[in-house]
Write a protein that binds this ligand. Sequence first.
Ligand SMILES: N[C@@H](CCC(=O)N[C@@H](CS)C(=O)NCC(=O)O)C(=O)O
Length: 223
Amino acid sequence: MLRLVYFPVPGRAEACRVALAFSGLEWEDVEVTGVRFEIMKNNGELPWDMLPILQTPEGTIAESSAILRFVGHDVGLVPEDRFQSAKVDEFIDGMGPLATALNTTFGISDEDERIRLRKELFSPQGAGTKNLALLQRKVSQSDTGWAAGTDEMTIADLKLFTELFALFSGNYDGIEASVISDYPQLLKYHEKVANEPRIKAHYATVSPDEIRWTFLPRAFDNL
Ligand SMILES: N[C@@H](CCC(=O)N[C@@H](CS)C(=O)NCC(=O)O)C(=O)O
């Protein structure tokens, strides 16, 4: 039995959740509060003091990308070809700066300041804007339309799709959904992934007023 432990939001666990859902393996989606997180941290249950973690019969795996690679092998979302597999890893590692840019706003408890910082991130010179432009360039350069230029959808697509578009769900105050309308190639990519049959089936029961609305086909049509 596998147990994926994270907070009750998509965040860094969503790609792993999707891969686990595809896997047919027996697994449990364990959503914890901040209090429970602190208890787990103080008990030494978190290898790197952070979530998500995946608890397996052999021990705990931390780091969302490591978990994603671990599960991805079981579901055919990691190419067998070594070059393609390396390109998938390259893409996943290359997404790091976007997460880092946002991390600077997470610990800010002053709401006005947090919103100001996030708006700055997506201002013309902001780090968020720079990263969205870079990601748009990457997907535009892909011959196949999949993030890492692979023949089929991979874990790089699960990570890009869930982590990028979740930013515009309204869960992050100061980040407006309209930001993404400046990136037509990212919106095209959104439709490719959202309409991939396994992804579409996975989110089929999500309604437009739920936090995962950004993963639905045509989610951004009315911007
Ligand atoms: N590099 C890690 C980052 C994980 C991370 O930032 N986790 C955050 C939640 S999204 C966390 O546990 N924050 C609690 C804290 O830092 O106290 C990964 O990708 O798994």
